[in-house]
Design a protein around this ligand. Structure first.
Ligand code: ZN
Ligand code: MN
Length: 504
């Protein structure tokens, strides 16, 4: 770690001199019920060290057995990424010491990954409109997760300054798939967006395959960002840095951008980029030095002697190919056409993570317009305000369709519907029950409405005169007064009719 501190070069200026190259390594935790090589549970959040056994603790004499479901998930991910599936592949021991890795080696795959040579495509919004970038996939291999260290006594939760450390091995041995891209070249100033779009599409893909919950904030999907710069037009790659465990889409984009600025500063100062791992700091938006890492790091890989090779038959691979879901990009295009959304509307829907919710709301009877109105309006705002994933608000697609049905029946209006959503979030029952319990039903009883209209006319004689003179547009002010009087629970259409009747 010899580089002295240099100034960052602003992103746009850096791109005038250098071309970025990226390599993205994404670890996806599979959602199998048991671990990769033993029968221990994988349920998240259990008491520390309650989901362990001699195998995942690496005790002498314990023998691992491959989880067939994890192999199946690995093959399906490989196929969805257009990879070749190896008819024969082996596990290997990756030897290194780390306190949260009980065996002192990680069972991984080395030169014989189960899936290799694939590709996928992502679309990024550029100055010239949407542009498709092809991402080549080097490999997708199977391995196991490590445990978790907890550093106690310091102020930061990091090992520096801690009194002691605790280790929880519940996560040790949970199946991982590591997906590695080939160098991504030619993205230029769109590199941060391409990185983000790729990780987003991979997340969408593994969710569609139902092989992982892919929650970046819980660490079940994490991205390592390799980045290097080379002088524009050069075909030699520069020295790379590897920013580890970036755990949100936004951070992937920011980390690429930051590393471009940092590398450019080092190169402009005539210094050499250090090949090292780096830590991403979400709060400050910078990376800091981790450990130096050479290309040919000696992990003393050797084939795992306790496991038989994985040799999926062609028939099984073809059977699994037939289970692949519609590719996410094709599904989006199909749904957009079915729903009649504009490109911009569809992009907002995808951005809000609401595509499945809207599809389910439409199946439950709402129109595409109504489904989008609620999910991207009131409900997206609630999700945003409370930093809750939109699918965990406590409001289901069926309930949204029920609320819209109440609006369509003129029993509530859009404003009152928001109060129904308040009730749903608070767990007060079904929309129907909430309307009854909160007394939200719109009043369309002429007696009550007519009395309120009379009060409004009396209180606003000037407005009433205008309407008598034929300025019907002025009725809005009286409707507003009646709505206020009736706490929003009047049928606005009927109120308007009554006002016109009375004043003409
Ligand atoms: Zn175990
Ligand atoms: Mn790995």
């Amino acid at each position: 770690m010899t580089a002295t501190r240099t100034e960052l070069v602003p992103f746009d200026a850096a791109l005038e001199t250098y071309d970025p190259a990226m390599g993205l390594e994404v670890h996806v935790e599979l959602n199998t019920a048991s671990k990769m090589f033993c029968g221990c549970s994988t349920v998240f959040g259990a008491e520390p060290n309650t989901q362990v056994c001699p195998t995942c603790l690496g005790l002498p004499g314990a023998l691992p057995v491959v989880n067939g479901k994890a192999v199946e998930s690995a093959i399906r991910i490989g196929l969805a990424l257009n990879c070749s599936i190896a008819p024969w592949s082996r596990f290997a021991r990756k030897n290194y010491f780390y306190p949260d890795m009980p065996k002192n080696f990680q069972t991984s795959q080395y030169d014989e990954p189960i899936a290799y040579d694939g590709w996928t495509e992502v679309t990024v919004e550029t100055d010239e409109g949407p542009r498709v970038f092809r991402i080549d996939i080097e490999r997708a291999h199977m391995e196991e997760d490590t445990g978790k260290s907890l550093h106690v006594g310091g102020s930061t939760g990091r090992i520096h300054g801690a009194d002691h450390s605790l280790v929880d091995y519940n996560r040790a041995g949970i199946p991982l798939i590591e997906v590695v891209t080939k160098p991504i070249l030619g993205a230029g100033k769109y590199a941060p967006l391409v990185a983000r779009a790729y990780v987003a599409s991979l997340r969408e893909l593994v969710k569609a395959l139902d092989v992982s919950d892919a929650r970046m904030e819980q660490g079940s999907m994490r991205c390592d960002v390799n980045l290097s710069l080379a002088p524009s037009g050069s075909d030699v790659l520069g020295t790379r840095s590897e920013t580890k465990n970036v755990n949100s889409l936004r951070s992937v984009e920011r980390a690429v951008r930051y590393e471009v600025e940092r590398h450019a500063g080092i190169l402009d100062a005539g210094q050499k980029v250090v090949q090292e791992t780096r830590h991403w700091h979400e709060d400050t938006g910078v990376t800091t030095s981790g450990r130096e890492k050479s290309d040919a790091e000696d992990y003393r890989y050797f084939p795992e002697p306790d496991l038989v090779p994985v040799a999926p038959s062609d028939a099984w691979v073809e059977e699994l190919r037939a289970t692949l879901p519609e590719p996410p990009a094709e599904r989006r295009a199909r749904l957009q056409a079915e729903w009649g959304y504009s490109d911009l509307e569809m992009r907002d829907v995808v951005g809000a993570g609401a595509i499945d919710l809207i599809e389910a709301t439409i199946s439950a009877g709402a129109t595409p317009t109504a489904a989008r109105k609620w999910w991207l309006g009131d409900l997206a705002r609630r999700a945003n305000d409370t930093a809750t994933p939109i699918d965990e608000l406590g409001v289901t697609p069926t309930q949204v369709a029920e609320v819209q049905a109440l609006v369509d029946a003129k029993r509530i209006n859009d404003k009152l519907a928001r109060q129904v959503f308040d009730g749903l979030v608070a767990g007060e029952g079904t929309p129907e029950e909430i309307v009854a319990a909160r007394g939200l039903e719109v009043v369309s009883d002429d007696g009550a409405l007519a009395a309120a209209v009379d009060r409004a006319i009396e209180a606003n004689p000037d407005v009433a005169d205008k309407i008598r003179d034929g300025k019907v547009a002025a009725a809005g002010a009286l409707i507003g007064a009646v709505m206020k009087d009736m706490r929003g629970q009047a049928d606005a259409g009927r109120v308007r009719e009554l006002i016109i009747e009375k004043l003409s």
